[in-house]
Design a protein around this ligand. Structure first.
Ligand code: HEM
Length: 164
């Protein structure tokens, strides 16, 4: 590893979805494997997106048809937690800050997103250590994706510029 790479923070708390050097290359002993693979992540995003339409701070940001949003998030999370690199294969490098740039994400939006995701995770029946790892990751990542100060919490803000 070059000095340049060493200077980049990596590890379980790295929220941008890049490599997880703490995981075995053969996929063993990953959180992905422990929770049962893709099916657990699909269930998680179903529980999360099931609550989005009723959350005023978030609903206006999302398309009516959540099918693709669900799939992309499940692929991303499975990959992040040690599963196959299926998200990168389909979508390229995650670049989550860039992909969220069109949306105005202030503290109210972050808090709403995290509240829904926390409930979704807690509904997943994980062992305590795994649940804590997943919750810790989401708390860090959600704060990293904030790109605005306080908003009116109506979830209608969009940055000017091209769509995703
Ligand atoms: C902080 C509050 C957040 C808000 C308000 C938010 C909002 C959104 C919205 C509106 C989309 C586009 C959905 C679509 O049009 O299909 C999206 C996509 C996505 N979000 Fe978030 N998000 C947040 C946090 C996060 C976090 C913490 C993660 C990961 C840990 C994440 C991962 C993703 C992924 C992977 C996509 C799909 C990107 C793609 O197109 O490939 N988001 N998000």
């Amino acid at each position: 590893m070059s000095d340049h790479r060493r200077s980049i923070p990596v590890g379980p708390s790295r929220p941008d979805g890049a490599g997880r050097p703490d995981r075995g290359a053969d996929g063993s002993d990953t959180l992905y494997a422990r929770v049962g693979g893709t099916a657990w992540f699909s269930g998680l995003v179903d529980r999360f997106y099931g609550r989005v339409p009723a959350e005023p701070a978030l609903a206006p940001m999302y398309p009516d048809d959540l099918t693709e949003a669900k799939r992309h998030l499940a692929l991303f999370l499975g990959q992040y937690f040690g599963g196959p690199a299926a998200y990168n294969a389909e979508r390229g490098h995650p670049r989550l800050r860039m992909r969220h740039a069109p949306f105005v994400i202030g503290p109210a939006e972050r808090d709403a997103w995290l509240r829904l995701m926390t409930a979704a995770v807690q509904g997943g029946g994980l062992a305590a250590a795994d649940e804590n790892e997943v919750l810790g990751y989401f708390a860090t990542a959600a704060s990293m994706l904030m790109n605005a100060g306080p908003t009116d919490g109506a979830g209608t803000g969009r940055m000017p510029g091209p769509a995703l």
